[in-house]
Design a protein around this ligand. Structure first.
Ligand code: 6GU
Length: 396
């Protein structure tokens, strides 16, 4: 495999000569070529960037140096497509995964274009797509100053997978990433001494009972994954796109289960089982679906969120109000903006007559009140409220 790097900080890529890729290069498995992008500039200042058309912060990398570099690297339309990939490292790319690393490890040639500043002129990427396969790749959801570290990371992930690399046939069987561990994170590992600074290796690992050891490790994997990467356990937890659809009568059972999950939590926090929603019978939940505009969110077939609204007779001196209620999100998906989305949705479908929104929540439910305040609702102690609840309203 031949690897080329286009960067304005060639020194940043010096570690390539040291680590795994360095050994692979020494062994003849890969060929590494780091290029200073400024070699393809022609002005006194060796300019590689300029201000963005349309305005905005920061600088954009100019197209010409990349275009000339691609040409000098022998990338020409139609010649290299099948075996060459041009990688643009960018925080707006697809995430680097073990699967992607495997895919890249089969390529004959990879050219890295390391982005700096606010990005690279889009025409460079469009042009590159005519020369080779193009992938825009990100390391994850955070911002680095430039793509050099990402290029290093991608290189290391890819090179160790090349057949023949450091007898990798074995090491890759016992791969330490979830992609190879049945979708779970690895269990914790220990070595000698059995006791260190008052900390003992778990007994089970010294027991010699292979069945118990395997069961313990499996349990550790599950616990770690649940805490650190719940998205790996539940595909639903990873979904970022939610479709909100009208609830139907057949949703009542699941909806009741979901509401109980949410309102038992509130009841525990308030140390008060009096929450009205908790006392609803199944028939009342069905009735609710039929008499309110009720919406549900499903993901992977599972009902994970709901909200409802209806026009309420206006209190003294108020205009027509859109009553919002029963906003709930499955416990494992809370904190991902789904509640906010449901609230925005139910406000969006408000009938024309309504001049304001109204809802109530627990007197003690500080979290809920904060959530609604953020959405523009204000406490209305002047309006009648159910027992142990507060009314909050917002003008349309
Ligand atoms: Cl590839 N580049 C930059 N600048 N920031 C990143 C990244 C890449 N991946 C994650 N953050």
């Amino acid at each position: 495999m031949r690897l080329d790097y286009l960067t304005i900080f060639p020194d940043y890529l010096a570690p390539l000569q040291l680590s795994l890729p360095g050994k692979a290069a020494a062994g003849g498995l890969i060929e590494l070529h780091v290029h200073d992008l400024r070699a393809w500039t022609h002005d006194r200042h060796r300019t590689v960037d300029d201000t963005p058309y349309g305005g905005g912060a920061g600088m954009v990398m100019k197209p010409e140096p990349f275009g000339e570099a691609f040409a000098d690297l022998g990338l020409a339309a139609g010649t290299a497509r099948e075996h060459t990939t041009i990688i643009f490292t960018t925080p707006s790319g697809e995430p680097l995964t073990q699967e992607l690393a495997h895919e890249l490890s089969t390529r004959e040639r990879i050219v890295f274009a390391c982005g700096r500043y606010e990005g690279i002129d889009q025409r460079v990427i469009d042009h590159a797509a005519e020369l080779a396969e193009v992938r825009e790749i990100s390391l994850g959801d955070y911002v680095l100053n430039g793509g050099e570290v990402a290029a290093l990371a991608i290189t290391e992930a890819v090179v160790r997978l090349i057949p023949g690399f450091m007898g990798n046939a074995d090491s890759i069987v016992e791969e330490s990433h979830a992609a190879q561990s049945g979708g779970l994170l690895e269990y914790p590992v220990y070595t000698k001494p059995a006791s260190w600074q008052g900390r003992d290796v778990p007994d089970v690992l010294l027991s010699g009972d292979h069945g118990r050891i395997a069961a313990w490790r499996r349990q550790q994997q599950l616990e770690r994954t649940a805490v650190r990467r719940p998205d790996l356990l539940h595909p639903a937890a990873a979904a970022t796109e939610w479709e909100i659809v009208p609830a139907v009568r057949a949703d009542a059972g699941e909806l009741m289960t979901l509401m109980r999950a949410c309102w038992v939590q509130e009841a525990i926090e308030a140390d008060d089982l009096g929450v009205p929603a908790l006392h609803e019978t199944y028939e009342q939940v069905v009735e609710g679906i039929l008499t309110w505009d009720t919406y549900a969110v499903r993901t992977a077939g599972r009902l994970v969120g709901s909200v409802r609204g209806r026009l309420a007779p206006p209190p003294e001196g108020e205009g027509q109000m859109w009553d919002i209620g029963r906003l709930c999100v499955a416990p494992d998906l809370q904190g991902r903006g789904l509640g906010r989305l449901l609230l925005e949705h139910i406000m969006r479908v408000t009938p024309a007559q309504a001049t304001s929104y109204s809802l109530f929540t627990g007197v003690h439910s500080a979290r809920n009140q904060r959530f609604y305040k953020k959405a523009g609702f204000r406490l209305r102690p002047d309006l009648p409220a159910p027992p142990k609840a507060v009314v909050m309203t917002r003008r349309r």
